[in-house]
Design a protein around this ligand. Structure first.
Ligand SMILES: Nc1ncnc2c1ncn2[C@@H]1O[C@H](COP(=O)(O)OP(=O)(O)OP(=O)(O)O)[C@@H](O)[C@H]1O
Ligand SMILES: CC(=O)N[C@H]1[C@@H]2OC[C@@H](O2)[C@@H](O)[C@@H]1O[C@H](C)C(=O)O
Length: 382
């Protein structure tokens, strides 16, 4: 039998440079980072982002709800996403002056279009559209993708996956820290003083606010929350929104656009049709802040700091409402702790790719409820 030698370049095999790519439930576009893990710590050297084209965004959004010809459309959308990912990778290579061979691997999250991990009699699923083979082909770099399904197969939620990364970057010995990601959906990591980590999705992040803002102002999001800040919170609507059972479920739990979507909102707005859209926006912002704050208070005993990442950290009004609802905590953006809010999730997927390449687990059973820690992701070689 002829045993062949690997033709992979030694540079790629020893490199500690990884690229992380994230396109999340806000569906605003792609964030990518180039991260260096040499020397036992992570340094993000470059960040690039790219909005989705209106066509790709519309199709990815449409694929979140059942429709016709889904298999064909999902395949095309996955390839469209991979091409957009490749152009973010090319920007990172150009900015850093590096050749593809210098990068060990790309961690590419894909686009979540369904997330039903625990339904269907224990055979639930989570679906991230992607075309990792095309991404590897277009970049000449190995790709790690499909990070969530192994955790789901082990009985877990498949999300959130970032708490282990949050521990590595933001954890402080002997101190309880809270890290809140406000993307389309929001998720909280509780980094215990004793090293224990808990984490779960809190509920909506920007998804409902973005939808309402787009509908009534034509803008993709409420910049700095200025529109909401000049509206009046509607107490009855707020109370109705806060009745949502997901918010009161104990962890482990995760959610997505499967639940917090325009249909969910419409059904709750029926009795409020005469209200000013700006007041609805103020109420949605308050609802989002309270969904996060309730969890921070409920699960964050002993913590002094709530570090916020994701695009929600740029919503000044939302951050002020969060601070008002958590008087015992200092609410800060993760920028103040060394990692800019918009880079955290992409950096997490660079880290998850490295974990996979090194044969190390990516999930935390204490977070997702999986039967144990697992190596996450599938490898598409360069
Ligand atoms: N200047 C700003 N003012 C207010 N909101 C902002 C601003 N910039 C970004 N955002 C919000 O952040 C969102 C994008 O956040 P982010 O990139 O973290 O989302 P995501 O990648 O979809 O996250 P996730 O995977 O956690 O759902 C936008 O849709 C918008 O709602
Ligand atoms: C299924 C899915 O895509 N979940 C996302 C989503 O966006 C925020 C929240 O819901 C979180 O659970 C998760 O993303 C981050 C990156 C995570 O897995 O930790």
């Amino acid at each position: 039998m002829l045993i062949e030698r690997s033709t992979a370049t030694p540079a790629a095999l020893t490199s500690e440079l990884y690229i992380g790519l994230m396109s999340g439930t806000s569906l605003d576009g792609i964030d990518g980072v180039l991260a260096d893990f040499s020397g036992g710590r992570m340094v993000v050297s470059h960040h690039a982002s790219a909005p989705f084209t209106p066509e790709l965004r519309a199709e990815l959004l449409a694929l979140n709800t059942p429709g016709s010809d889904e298999l064909h459309r999902a395949a095309l959308a996955g390839s469209g996403l991979a091409r957009a990912y490749a152009s973010v990778v090319h920007s990172l290579l150009e900015r850093s002056g590096l050749a593809p061979q210098a990068i060990r691997a790309i961690g590419a999250h894909g686009q979540t279009v369904r997330h039903r991990p625990q339904e269907f009699d224990g055979t639930g699923y989570t679906l991230q559209l992607n075309n990792p083979a095309l991404l590897a082909e277009r970049t000449g770099i190995a790709v790690v993708a499909d990070f969530r399904n192994r955790d789901v197969a082990a009985g877990g939620q498949g999300a959130p996956l970032v708490p282990a990364f949050h521990r590595g970057v933001f954890g402080r010995a002997g101190e309880t820290m809270l890290v809140l990601n406000i993307g389309g959906i929001s998720n909280l990591s509780v980094l215990g003083a004793d090293g224990q980590v808990r984490g779960f999705d809190c509920g909506p992040g920007n998804a409902l606010m973005d939808h309402w803002c787009q509908l009534h102002t034509g803008q993709p999001y409420d910049a700095a929350g200025a529109w909401a800040a000049n509206g009046q919170v509607l107490p009855e609507l707020l109370a109705l929104l806060r009745q949502e059972p997901f918010l009161h479920k104990p962890p482990p739990k995760s959610t997505g656009r499967d639940l917090f979507n325009p249909a969910w909102l419409s059904s709750r707005l029926k009795a409020f049709a005469v209200c000013a859209p700006q007041d609805i926006q103020a109420t949605l912002t308050e609802f989002t802040a309270l969904a996060c704050a309730d969890d921070a208070r409920r699960h964050g005993a002993g913590a002094q700091t709530l570090a916020v990442c994701g695009g929600g950290a740029l919503n000044t009004h939302l951050m002020a409402r969060l601070q008002a609802a958590c008087p015992g905590l200092q609410v800060v953006a993760t920028d103040t702790l060394g990692l800019p809010a918009l880079q955290v999730e992409a950096a997490a997927f660079a880290w998850l790719a490295r974990q996979a390449i090194e044969g190390l687990p990516g999930n935390l059973a204490s977070v997702t409820g999986a039967a144990g820690e697992r190596i996450l992701g599938a490898l598409y070689p360069a």
